[in-house]
Design a protein around this ligand. Structure first.
Ligand SMILES: *Cc1c(COP(=O)(O)O)cnc(C)c1O
Length: 389
């Protein structure tokens, strides 16, 4: 027991418990890692190829390529589609920075479209107004494990001849009308950052595609643009996945469906507990998803009456993990001021940034842990109403 905790204090609840998942599969993972270390084949090789095949099969895609991170995956997709200076890419401003960072780093111009207040995903009704002759691609993000409104996005992309690149970093295993993430765009981009639905113990990512030419080009790009060693067809870079991470991911992949079920069960329990505790006026819970499997990479509530930051402080003081994804929309980031946006340009994203809060969720979270989370929230609302009285 940590020194700062007295015996009668309830146990801390982490936002995410990476070490627990590791302990649950420690023997298998360590054997796989040692296998790589002892083989001397640490760069690409058979373990990487085997993981790629299994991951492609899982996503129902014909090709998968491991790469260094989710950011590398986005960069590979953009480079493979020759998107660069003079081109525009449409994306939401309410997502992790890498989505816009990758577009900016290839020299293209990010064009933001606000999100839907119910799903936090790009609002298709606002896309067409932002299309210009320079637009090349739409990059929907399936935020928190819930797929974007793909029918509407595909329809717009078809009519305007645009690529769809899915940022599926948070939604490995999610599906949209029976189709898994990994086939919802011409290229799909995944991250295996430790806290994602499928996570390694370090950095890794993956691209999937059903297009053999793009697959071949991305395979070269991730390896300095070369098919044949020391002959460079493209200016690529080193975007390879480490064989050690491929080995870990290969061990973890067969468990991912059970983990997703664990996340979904936990989300269902939060829904019931929040309703039962009378917190439905205080929280707006995630809206049900009629169009496919929400994998709840995060369980995000909207907190009423500007009380989000005070609640967060209270949760942290009670050793309950929580996090704001994301506190500052991308159009307001310091490094993007040259785009000329200002506060008020994307009101749904800006309001979300001020009110959302992610509660602890991970496949192994227990009902007791969730009860503690909701109790602490309930405590907070009681204190607030006492102070108001
Ligand atoms: C995690 C994440 C990424 C980037 O992944 P890294 O592996 O950290 O580079 C990109 N987009 C979104 C939406 C993410 O959540």
């Amino acid at each position: 027991m940590p020194a700062d905790r007295s015996p009668d204090q309830p146990a801390a609840v982490p936002l995410c418990d990476i070490a627990l998942q590791y302990r649950n599969h420690q023997d298998e993972i360590e054997a796989a890692v040692l296998g790589v270390l002892r083989s001397g084949q640490a760069i690409l090789g058979p373990v990487v190829a085997a993981f790629e095949q299994e991951a492609a099969d899982y996503c129902h895609a014909t090709h998968a390529l491991g790469c260094g991170s989710g950011t590398d995956a986005l960069l590979l997709a953009l480079h493979a589609l020759d998107i660069g200076p003079g081109d525009e890419v449409i994306l939401p401003p309410f997502t992790f920075f890498a989505t816009v960072g990758s577009v900016t780093r290839v020299g293209a111009t990010p064009v933001f479209v606000d999100v839907d207040p119910d799903t936090y995903n790009i609002d298709p009704a606002l896309i067409e107004a932002k299309i210009t002759p320079r637009t090349r691609a739409i990059m929907p993000v399936h935020l928190f494990g819930r797929c974007a409104d793909m029918d509407a996005i595909w329809n717009i992309a078809d009519r305007h001849g645009l690529y769809v690149i899915e940022d599926a970093a948070q939604s490995f295993g999610s599906d949209y009308r029976g189709r898994r993430c990994g086939t919802l765009g011409v290229v799909s981009c995944f991250s295996f950052y430790p806290s994602k639905n499928l996570g390694t113990l370090g950095d890794a990512g993956m691209v999937t595609t059903n297009n053999p030419d793009l697959h071949k080009k991305m395979a070269a790009l991730r390896n300095h643009g070369s098919d044949v060693k020391y002959y460079h067809k493209y200016v690529g870079w080193n975007a390879r996945i480490d064989a050690v991470h491929a080995a870990i991911l290969k061990v973890k992949l067969p468990h991912v469906d059970a983990w997703i079920e664990g996340r979904r069960a936990a989300a269902g329990r939060y829904d019931a507990m929040i309703a039962a505790q009378g917190l439905d006026g205080f929280f707006e819970r995630p809206v049900p998803n009629p169009s496919g499997l929400h994998t709840f990479n995060q369980y995000v509530v909207r907190v009423a009456n500007g009380q989000r930051d005070a609640l967060m402080k209270h949760l942290k003081a009670e050793n309950v993990g929580c996090e704001v994804y994301y506190p500052l929309p991308l159009h307001q980031q310091e490094c993007l001021t040259h785009l000329g946006h200002r506060a008020g340009d994307f009101p749904v994203s800006e309001a979300a940034a001020k009110s959302v809060l992610a509660l602890p969720i991970f496949p192994e979270i227990t009902e007791a842990q969730q009860t503690r989370v909701v109790d602490v929230c309930r405590q907070f609302t009681r204190q607030q109403s006492r102070q108001a009285a």
